[in-house]
Design a protein around this ligand. Structure first.
Ligand SMILES: NC(=O)c1ccc[n+]([C@@H]2O[C@H](COP(=O)([O-])OP(=O)(O)OC[C@H]3O[C@@H](n4cnc5c(N)ncnc54)[C@H](O)[C@@H]3O)[C@@H](O)[C@H]2O)c1
Ligand SMILES: O=C(O)C1=N[C@H](C(=O)O)CCC1
Length: 240
């Protein structure tokens, strides 16, 4: 396949390496300083675009792909307030848009375990839920996209928590789920779910040892998505 990389930083470069090792051709490696290269690219020389850029660049990149009729796989976090517009545009253009806050297969197993645990804890009293995420200091957004997905998995299965919030300092909120974001190098991504009571604590965690799982997951999705249409997610891609 001819793969266009929109964003050629830490993730884009690793995705490029793995994609070439799987026999794909890189149609372009676009960063903030060479966007004029996009003028040469369209659906006749790009089969799929993989977008890992920055929160303020993602929407423009995704819209460009939808305008050109190029299927787009996006992993950029921190722009999700604009996702409804992108979903509407995907339908209007009969395009292909795939988003995941985390492409690692292990994290997607963890998402399911989180939902199952949240259902059990909803039947149990005395526990206080919280999320902690740890990432490298170059990360632009907080909380992480993965932590937001985990929070949604808890809120959808909990009858007393009304929303999540980013906990900074001592400002705890009643009936809301706190997320603590820590920035420590070189952490590629750690997420911990805690339920704490006076009697005991329950804790589940996922720790990425590198960015390999995120990059490989995005390429597997790009290979799968080629002939598909619509707004798609990891729930469509995975069979569990
Ligand atoms: N979904 C996942 O599985 C997953 C995994 C890792 C990272 N991420 C997310 O992916 C994004 C990128 O992460 P990273 O570690 O590669 O960041 P990075 O800072 O290393 O790379 C981002 C790149 O985007 C480029 N860029 C900025 N503006 C651009 C524009 N307008 N057009 C094209 N490129 C532009 C920058 O030049 C930079 O090279 C972040 O939002 C991060 O949270 C998601
Ligand atoms: O390195 C990052 O930035 C990561 N971002 C994603 C997130 O915000 O959840 C996935 C993990 C790595």
């Amino acid at each position: 396949m001819n793969i266009l990389l929109l964003g050629y930083g830490k993730m884009g470069q690793l995705i490029g390496e793995i994609a070439e090792s799987r026999g794909h051709n890189l149609a372009g490696k676009i960063n903030i300083d060479n966007r004029e290269d996009l003028d040469q690219l369209n659906s006749s020389n790009v089969d799929v675009a993989i977008e890992f850029s920055q929160p303020e660049a993602a929407v423009e990149n995704i819209k460009w792909c939808l305008e050109k009729g190029i299927p787009i796989v996006s992993g950029t976090t921190g722009w999700l307030s604009q996702k409804p517009d992108i979903e509407a545009m995907t339908k209007e253009k009969n395009g292909t848009f795939f988003y995941a806050s985390n492409f690692s297969i292990g994290v997607n197993v963890f998402f399911k375990v989180n939902e199952f645990l949240a259902k059990l804890m909803n039947e149990t009293s005395g526990y206080k839920a919280s999320i902690e995420e740890i990432h490298h200091t170059a990360k632009k957004d907080a909380p992480s996209g993965t932590a937001i997905t985990l929070a949604e998995g808890i809120l959808n299965n909990n009858s007393s928590l009304k929303d999540w919030y980013l906990l900074e300092g001592n400002g705890e909120k009643e009936n809301e789920l706190p997320i603590v974001s820590k920035r420590i190098d070189p952490a590629p991504g750690t997420h911990i779910i805690r339920y704490q009571s006076e009697i005991d604590d329950i804790e589940i965690s996922h720790t990425a040892h590198s960015r390999q799982g995120f990059a490989l997951g995005a390429i597997l999705v790009a290979e799968w998505i080629k002939d598909k249409k619509g707004v798609l997610s990891m729930n469509d891609f995975l069979s569990f």
